[in-house]
Design a protein around this ligand. Structure first.
Ligand SMILES: [Zn+2]
Length: 482
C-alpha cells in the first residue's frame, strides 16, 4: 500500500515520497494571535494533526512546525484601539490558542516559532532577495517584485495579467505592480519596530513563514499545509520568495483543507454566526469536534450545524461505551498480546478474527487514500459493530476474550490516529471502578440476604442513573456499562 496525497500544486493525487527517506518535514500555517481562534481555524489544525499522527503511525520520523504570527496589522490595530501594548495582546491570545488546541486533543507541534523571535532570519532572507534584485526598496519599505518570478501563479493556477486586471487591491503608488507584496514595512508612529538595514520597521506576513520554515526544516519541505484560503496570495508568495533565494523546490506537497460554513452560510462576525473554539468546547468535548470534522473529507467544504454536532456526540458516546465494555470484559483476561499471537484459534475463532481483520485493513487503506477519514470512520463503526457481537455474548469465552484483546490493541492504534476516544488512564480508572463495584455488590448482597429490599433496590436504581446496569443472576450480581 502506498500513501497518496492530493497536491494542490499538481492538482493530482500523488504517491507520497518524502525528500529524505523515512523523514517528514511538515509545516502548517499557524494562527495570528490577535483574537480567539474560530471553529474554521480548528478544522485545519485537527485534520493536519490527524495526518501527522497517521504519518507517525506509519513510522515516519515527523518534524512538525506551526508558526505563531505575533506581529501583524490586526494586532497593531487592536493594540492601538485598546491602548495596550501589542505584546500584551499576543501573549493573551497565544495562551488562549494553546488552551484551545489542548481542548481539541491537537498535539503540540515540535516547534511553535514566533515571528517576533525570528526577525534576524527574516531580515537576512529579505537582504538576499534585494541582493539578487528580486525585491526593491521604497522609503523604508521592501517589496517583492512579482514579475521577476516566472512561475508566479503556478500554485493557485492564476495568471499575473488576469490578477492585475481583476485586482481589487487598492493602487499603491509605492509598488511597481499591484501584486507586489511587502517583505518589510516601514514603522508608522506608535507601531512596534525592529532594526533593519532599511530602517526601523517590521516584517510582512508572507516572508515570516518562509524564514521560519527554512530555519527549522531546511530549504525544501515535504508538506506545507493550511486552509484553502491561504493558497492565494499567502502560499503563492511563499513559493516565489523562497525559490528565488534558494533556487530549489520549496515544497513537495501542498495540502489544503476546504472551507467551513455555519448552517449553510459563510461564517462572519457581521452575520452573528461566528463561533470560537472556546464557545464550541463549552458545549461539546474536543473528541466530538474531532469526529465531526473527520466525518467529512478534509478537502471538501463542511457545514457546521448543531444537528451534525449532536450526531457526532452520539457517535462518540457509542465508541466510549464500546471501549468501556471492552475494558470491562477484559478485566480478568489473562492472555496478553504475545500469548494471543501464539494462540491457535478454532475454526470459528479464525473466521471471526478474519472478519475483524478485514475491517481493520479497510480502515487503514482508506487513510492511505488521501486521508479519507469519512470512509475510514464508517469502517471503524463496522469494526465496532462486529466486535460488539462478541461482547454481547454471555458468557464471553476464553477464545473470544483473546480475540477481544486483539480488538482492543487495534482500537488503541486507531485512536492514536483519530483521537476520538477519551482515554483517561483507562487501566487505572477501570480497575478502580471494578473494585468499587465489588464493594457495592457485596454490600447489596448483605442487604438482600437481610431482606432489606428497599435499600438494595435503591443502590441498583442509583447505579442505573449513572449508566451502570446491575443484573441479579443465580450465581450473584453482575454489572456492565449500559
Ligand atoms: Zn504561513
Amino acid at each position: 500500500m502506498v500513501l497518496k496525497l492530493y497536491n494542490t500544486f499538481t492538482k493530482t493525487k500523488e504517491e507520497f515520497v518524502p525528500v529524505e527517506p523515512g523523514k517528514v518535514k511538515f509545516y502548517v500555517c499557524g494562527p495570528t494571535v490577535y483574537d480567539y481562534i474560530h471553529i474554521g481555524n480548528a478544522r485545519a489544525f485537527i485534520v493536519f494533526d490527524v495526518l501527522r499522527r497517521f504519518l507517525k503511525y506509519l513510522n515516519y520520523d515527523v518534524t512538525y512546525v506551526m508558526n505563531l504570527t505575533d506581529i501583524d496589522d490586526r494586532i497593531i490595530e487592536r493594540s492601538l484601539k485598546e491602548g495596550i501594548p501589542a505584546t500584551e495582546i499576543t501573549e493573551k491570545y497565544t495562551r488562549a490558542f494553546f488552551e484551545d488546541i489542548d481542548a481539541l486533543g491537537i498535539q503540540r507541534a515540535d516547534v511553535h516559532p514566533k515571528a517576533t523571535e525570528h526577525v534576524k532570519q527574516i531580515v537576512a532572507l529579505i537582504q538576499k532577495l534585494l541582493d539578487k534584485s528580486w525585491a526593491y526598496q521604497v522609503n523604508g519599505d521592501v517589496y517583492y517584485d512579482v514579475s521577476s518570478f516566472k512561475n508566479y501563479g503556478k500554485l493557485s493556477g492564476k495568471k499575473i495579467s488576469d490578477l492585475v486586471a481583476g485586482s481589487r487591491v487598492a493602487v499603491d503608488e509605492k509598488k511597481r505592480n499591484p501584486l507586489d507584496f511587502a517583505l518589510w514595512k516601514n514603522q508608522k508612529p506608535g507601531e512596534p519596530a525592529w532594526e533593519s538595514p532599511w530602517g526601523l520597521g517590521r516584517p510582512g506576513w508572507h516572508i515570516e513563514c518562509s524564514a521560519m520554515s527554512m530555519t527549522y526544516l531546511g530549504e525544501s519541505l515535504d508538506i506545507h499545509a493550511g486552509g484553502i484560503d491561504l493558497v492565494f496570495p499567502h502560499h503563492e508568495n511563499e513559493i516565489a520568495q523562497s525559490e528565488s533565494v534558494t533556487g530549489k523546490k520549496f515544497v513537495k506537497y501542498w495540502l489544503h483543507n476546504g472551507f467551513l460554513e455555519i448552517d449553510g452560510e459563510k461564517m462572519a462576525k457581521s452575520l452573528g454566526n461566528y463561533r470560537t473554539v472556546k464557545q464550541v468546547v463549552k458545549d461539546f468535548p474536543g473528541v466530538v469536534v474531532r469526529l465531526f470534522f473527520l466525518q467529512k473529507h478534509y478537502r471538501n467544504p463542511i457545514d457546521f450545524t448543531l444537528e451534525g454536532m449532536r450526531a457526532a456526540e452520539s457517535a462518540v458516546a457509542r465508541l466510549k461505551t464500546f471501549y468501556e465494555n471492552l475494558d470491562h470484559a477484559l478485566l480478568d483476561a489473562k492472555a496478553d498480546q504475545q500469548d494471543l499471537e501464539k494462540q491457535v484459534l478454532s475454526k470459528s475463532g479464525i473466521a471471526t478474527r478474519d472478519v475483524l481483520e478485514n475491517f481493520f485493513q479497510t480502515i487503514i487503506e482508506s487513510l492511505f487514500d488521501d486521508l479519507n477519514t469519512p470512509v475510514a470512520l464508517s469502517h471503524l463503526f463496522d469494526f465496532v459493530r462486529e466486535s460488539n457481537k462478541l461482547l454481547s455474548k454471555e458468557p464471553v469465552s476464553e477464545e473470544e476474550k483473546r480475540i477481544l484483546l486483539w480488538v482492543r490493541e487495534k482500537i488503541r492504534e486507531l485512536n492514536s490516529i483519530f483521537g476520538i476516544i477519551e482515554e483517561k488512564n483507562p487501566s487505572i480508572a477501570t480497575a478502580l471502578v471494578n473494585e468499587v463495584m465489588k464493594i457495592l455488590i457485596s454490600v447489596r448482597n448483605d442487604l438482600r440476604s437481610k431482606k432489606q429490599w428497599e435499600l438494595a433496590d435503591k443502590i441498583r436504581d442509583e447505579l442505573n442513573k449513572v449508566g451502570i446496569a446491575l443484573e441479579d443472576k443465580g450465581s450473584g450480581s453482575e454489572w456492565r456499562m449500559r
